[in-house]
Design a protein. Structure first.
Length: 164
């Protein structure tokens, strides 16, 4: 009788080991990773990079504007850093593609106007659009992001005044 019990227990252990192995309790099989959607702030980050780069282009074309525009470009550098940190991407890029396409006018930038006043008007128009973009993002964002986005919107409103 003792032998029958041992044989029965051995068979039960073997059967349960086989069924447990099929379950893969140690997680040795690669788990399917759900794909994460890109962060909703990525389009804003891309447009902020484009605006910062536009300032650099205008400063290259009109170096005499450095005292006036240099601090504004520096603000946009900080916006890029802050947004990248918030999203969790490297501050220097490259940035992942946005779920929605970035503003085509920002991506395919027109040449810098040849007249200084026209270049300033162009920047003022871009700042207005950028401020509205940041305001929209601020209103749509979860509360933990509102302070950052509100600060960026306010900064861009200040830039509009400097560019008048």
């Amino acid at each position: 009788m003792l032998i029958h019990r041992r044989a029965f227990l051995a068979a039960a252990v073997a059967a349960s080991a086989g069924s447990v192995a099929a379950c893969d309790p140690l997680g040795t099989k690669p788990a399917a990773q759900p794909s994460q959607a890109p962060d909703v702030l990525l389009p804003l980050l891309h447009r902020t990079v484009a605006l910062r780069d536009r300032y650099a282009e205008v400063l290259t074309a009109f170096p005499a504007l450095q005292d006036r525009l240099g601090p504004l470009k520096d603000d946009h550098d900080q916006h890029v850093v802050a947004l990248a940190r918030e999203i969790g991407v490297p501050e220097k890029g490259p940035f992942p593609a946005a779920s929605e396409s970035a503003d085509p006018s920002a991506a395919a930038s027109a040449p810098v106007p040849t007249e200084q006043s026209a270049a300033l008007s162009d920047l003022a128009a871009r700042e207005k659009t950028a401020r509205q973009d940041a305001e929209t993002a601020c209103l749509a964002a979860p509360s933990y992001r509102a302070a950052l986005l509100g600060s960026i919107a306010a900064c861009r409103a200040g830039h509009q005044e400097v560019l008048r």
